[in-house]
Write a new protein. Structure first.
Length: 363
């Protein structure tokens, strides 16, 4: 099998399969055969919540042998070919299952948003046997220790809504790999949900909370919002504690204020925070399309779409690099960091780059 894989990945095979590529033909024979691409077969879909307009489901996927595995806390880009769509739609989702090895099954726990075509498909329409496309796992919202390299560090997870998924992947990995045998370590898990009915992984969290495993679970619902006072009560030395926070921007902002720049805080947003781009002046040109319009101050991706262009994109959060394009001239501001850059012929992520004055992009 190793010899066959080597041959399929060779330059000779690529030349013979040109212009479509080896994987194009392998997919026709068997969707689970691949030399380079990563695809996955839907194994099961389990409904987590049934809240109208925001249902959540866990989708179990069996990737092809090209899947290299993932570290707990990472995300993956999922591509689906939707009926009636002229192109593949992609979005990024955190992996909710424990860390995986090459070829192993993974799970994605997805909330179906009204505006999210991919999320709605995965929650409401995906069925066992259907195929989706995957990227390799990516992201640094991860834990660097394991049962094989234990420390006596206290670990703290603060999550809101579906931001629980990467943290759950980390906790599942720790428990699977023998975390509860390391009595010097302790996990505090603080999660906020709109209501008990909206609680993801409710039964599993109840089991974890009841077990003697050095994991303290604290669930807060409705108007029980995050407060620094409660955090200090739960974890007195929270600023010196390795902490992961993931959830809506409002929750993340409150946590960041409480930590006041402490370097042990790791953050992952659902969506990029809104950062003022100042006065929207000048003209934005998309040179390949031969079109231009007055700068509205929105991201370059949004301005391109407003003009009827259809640039490639994935996460719309600046993490998957699917929307990278070359800025040939002008200045852009990164809406995540506020940093500006005026370098010519610079590769930028158009989903998180807003033009400052005149700007030209090779799109």
């Amino acid at each position: 099998m190793a010899l066959v894989t080597t041959l399929l990945r060779s330059r000779a095979a690529a030349a013979l399969a040109s212009p479509h590529g080896v994987d194009h033909y392998l997919e026709q024979l068997n969707p689970m055969w691949a030399a380079h691409d990563v695809r996955a077969r839907v194994v099961a879909v389990h409904r987590e919540t049934d809240t109208p307009g925001a249902c959540v489901a866990t989708v179990t996927l069996q990737p092809t042998g090209t899947w290299r595995g993932h570290r707990a806390g990472q995300y993956v880009q999922v591509g689906v070919d939707l009926p009636g769509s002229a192109r593949r739609m992609t979005r990024c989702f955190s992996i909710s299952s424990a860390a995986s090895l090459p070829g192993e099954q993974i799970t994605l726990t997805v909330r179906a948003h009204d505006e999210g075509q991919v999320s709605k498909f995965l929650v409401h329409e995906a069925r066992p046997g259907q195929m989706v496309h995957l990227s390799q796992a990516a992201g640094d919202f991860t834990l660097h220790e394991s049962a094989a390299t234990p420390t006596n560090n206290r670990l703290l997870f603060i999550t809101g809504g579906s931001g629980i998924t990467p943290a759950m992947s980390i906790v599942r990995t720790l428990l699977r790999d023998g975390y509860d045998d390391r009595a010097n370590r302790k996990v505090t898990f603080l999660h906020f949900a709109r209501s008990e009915a909206d609680q993801i992984f409710a039964a599993e969290l109840a089991e974890i909370a009841a077990a003697d495993n050095h994991v303290d679970v604290h669930l807060r619902y409705g108007d029980q919002t995050f407060s620094e006072f409660e955090l200090r009560r739960l974890v007195p030395d929270y600023r010196g504690t390795d902490t992961w926070v993931c959830g809506p921007g409002g929750l993340v902002d409150l946590v960041q204020d409480a930590y006041d720049g402490a370097d042990r805080l790791r953050v992952e947003f659902f969506k990029p925070p809104t950062v003022s781009t100042g006065t929207a002046e000048g003209e934005v040109s998309f040179t390949r399309a031969g079109t231009a319009a007055a700068n509205t101050g929105a991201s370059l991706l949004e301005q391109a779409e407003a003009l009827g262009l259809r640039p490639e994109f994935g996460c719309r959060m600046g993490i998957c690099f699917s929307c990278t394009a070359t800025k040939t001239d002008g200045t852009v501001r990164n809406i995540l960091t506020g940093e500006e850059s005026s370098l010519p012929d610079e590769d930028i992520r158009i989903c998180v780059s807003a033009p400052v004055g005149d700007c030209s992009v090779d799109l």
